[in-house]
Design a protein around this ligand. Sequence first.
Ligand SMILES: Cc1cc2nc3c(=O)[nH]c(=O)nc-3n(C[C@H](O)[C@H](O)[C@H](O)COP(=O)(O)OP(=O)(O)OC[C@H]3O[C@@H](n4cnc5c(N)ncnc54)[C@H](O)[C@@H]3O)c2cc1C
Length: 411
Amino acid sequence: MPDAPLPTTCDVLVVGAGPAGSACAQTLARGGLDVLLADQHAFPRDKVCGDGLIPDSHAALRRLGVYDEVAALALHVSHVRCVGPRGGHVDVAGTLSVLPRRTLDHVLVRAAERAGARLLAPLRFEAPLLDGERVVGARLKSAAGLHEIGARWVVLATGAVPQALIAAGLCERHTPSGVALRGYVRHEGMAGQIQQLQMVWHPRLRGGYGWVFPAPGGLFNIGTGLTGSHRTERDGARAGKGRKQAVNLRRMLDDFCDIYAPAGELMRNGQLQGEIKGAPLRCSLGGARWSRAGLLATGEAAGSTYAFSGEGIGKALETGLLAAEALLGGRDVPEAAVRQRYEAALHRLRPRFELYDTASRVNQYPWIADLVIWRAHRSPGIMRRLSGILEETSNPGHLFSWRGMTRLMFE
Ligand SMILES: Cc1cc2nc3c(=O)[nH]c(=O)nc-3n(C[C@H](O)[C@H](O)[C@H](O)COP(=O)(O)OP(=O)(O)OC[C@H]3O[C@@H](n4cnc5c(N)ncnc54)[C@H](O)[C@@H]3O)c2cc1C
């Protein structure tokens, strides 16, 4: 933190400088508002993630004017490779790339600063300041002590860890909707050999999937994730909705390396960079209220990650943009109208999330991946539909329903 005294007021205080917070702060600052962007970590900072950028991320990065900067740093890939339990695969075309979050998030924070937002970090949100029921700012903590910052609006973009949501009175479910674990491995011999975002389904990974994503510089992001699981052996957390089981993600990663040769080769003969780390996910626009008087929740704090795949950077950016657009609607717009506009915009995203919720059946019943792969090889129409889902140009909600799968067998 700079030694200068902290500001005591602003138009909007955005808490959390991940993709959602930075997108929101940049847009608000470009709109002429006085914006403070606070994060508990100094930047650049790491964030546990698969680092895969799918088409919705690319579209949002363009809107934020940082696409070229990200494209120059990222590794471009042209397909998602879906590998089924029997070892067959299908490559689904898409606008895709990989960039470690330490770099991506720093690009986004700097863009917000260039637009005029002031970054305050490390500074941790402790609690909202209240005037009656209305949020009028926040109490934040730095190494120097506690600070109060008054704001016309607070935007909470604090990701999947629930503490800030709980303190702000928005949290409806403390447990995450998924958990995932990743490590970085450097393997010069494998560089160039894996050219897709590879996702692997198998009965030993039931409830989730394993991935290998190639990153720039001979680096690979390798991991396993579980969606709809809300209990780990380590934390013993109570499950919310969905399958309740004890999960050891480290064992799941070992299983992944057993069943998928490229993963095994990377972990056995590559050099692990840093620690293997896990993190929670909040998915399907659930688990928290999206707003209260004076405050909006955005990004993964509002559940903006896709349940099936755990991808959430794109929708974090998009929901951050939506929060900013609602706030920029006009200085004299009644507060209720701002909240209504924001929540209506999130509701409009629901069909996308519902599609990914339905698709998460593949995680529970991995044999579905074999079926889809087998049919996709015989049907250009199915390939086009899969690519359309990924690119968000179509939304065939029925594809992963039981009815849709019966049709898959015979069409
Ligand atoms: C293992 C794993 C793999 C994943 N892989 C992918 C992938 O390949 N592609 C993809 O698109 N998505 C992936 N995701 C999901 C993706 O990481 C999230 O959807 C995305 O980070 C959400 O962005 P956000 O801005 O909402 O939150 P975050 O990125 O989590 O940012 C939240 C920010 O808030 C700050 N913060 C939190 N609490 C406080 C506080 N009290 N005070 C101040 N600051 C605070 C944090 O320091 C952080 O900087 C993965 C997730 C996991 C766990």
